[in-house]
Design a protein around this ligand. Structure first.
Ligand code: AMP
Length: 220
């Protein structure tokens, strides 16, 4: 299954991508994680893209497309989280898939109002040891994760606003892009994690009655 997840920062895309990946066996590919790994590993690419990440800006299309490409030709498919984020990225994805005689199966957009997203993002913390993401109020870390729990630089309030503005300007047009191709599925993402995961399975089952994961295997 080749699924693109769209939605603003803080909507829970990453968490839902992990769930969907566990349910389908398709790997979870997060370009944000790829960006942070390059920066953490101190690579030349990491040095080039660090400023974009730290400012909350988008990494230029040609760089992020080149970073995503090696992951796209996987026979197990993928759950793409955070890519594509612009129309040129979506076109590059479609072209690469057409060359490989495959295509995007569905694009799921997660919807929530900005003020709720700001609340979610400002409480987000990532475990330095396990890399897992939690929320101090809504999804606190389990006792077996020792932490420490760090706040991302781009989760500071001014950066959050900027990233939401960028989402509305650069990424929301992808709703039309995938809608026109008959691929867009919409999920209201204000409920809890389990409820949203069930909605994701439901919209996929409605679209792919014979191929989509069943709710019984939708939780890890
Ligand atoms: P995320 O964790 O998805 O919010 O991504 C963190 C940062 O990585 C973003 O603020 C961008 O700087 C960069 N990034 C991740 N994915 C993309 C993308 N598809 N296009 C451009 N920049 C991206």
């Amino acid at each position: 299954m080749r699924v693109v997840l769209l939605g603003p920062q803080g909507v829970g895309k990453g968490t839902q991508a992990q769930r969907l990946s566990a349910a389908t066996g398709a790997p979870h590919i997060s370009t944000g994680d790829l960006v942070r790994a390059e920066i953490k590993n101190g690579t030349a690419l990491g040095a080039t893209i660090r400023a974009y990440n730290d400012r909350g800006d988008l990494v230029p299309d040609d760089i992020i497309i080149a970073m995503a490409m090696p992951y796209l030709n996987n026979p197990k498919g993928w759950i793409l989280d955070g890519f594509p984020r612009t129309i040129p990225q979506a076109q590059a994805l479609d072209n690469a898939l057409a060359d490989a005689r495959t295509a995007v199966d569905a694009a799921i957009v997660f919807e929530a109002p900005d003020d709720r997203l700001i609340e979610r993002l400002s409480g987000r913390r990532q475990s330095k040891v396990t890399g897992k993401t939690y929320h101090i109020a809504f999804d606190p870390p389990p006792p077996d994760d020792p932490g420490p729990f760090l706040q991302r630089d781009d989760d500071q309030p001014d950066k959050i606003r900027q990233r939401l503005d960028l989402y509305h300007k650069e990424t929301e047009p992808l709703k039309t892009y995938y809608g026109e191709r008959g691929l867009l599925l919409t999920v209201e993402a204000l409920d809890g994690i389990d409820a949203v995961a069930k909605k994701v399975i439901a919209v996929l089952q409605a679209r792919f009655p014979h191929a989509a994961p069943s709710p019984s295997n939708s939780t890890p």
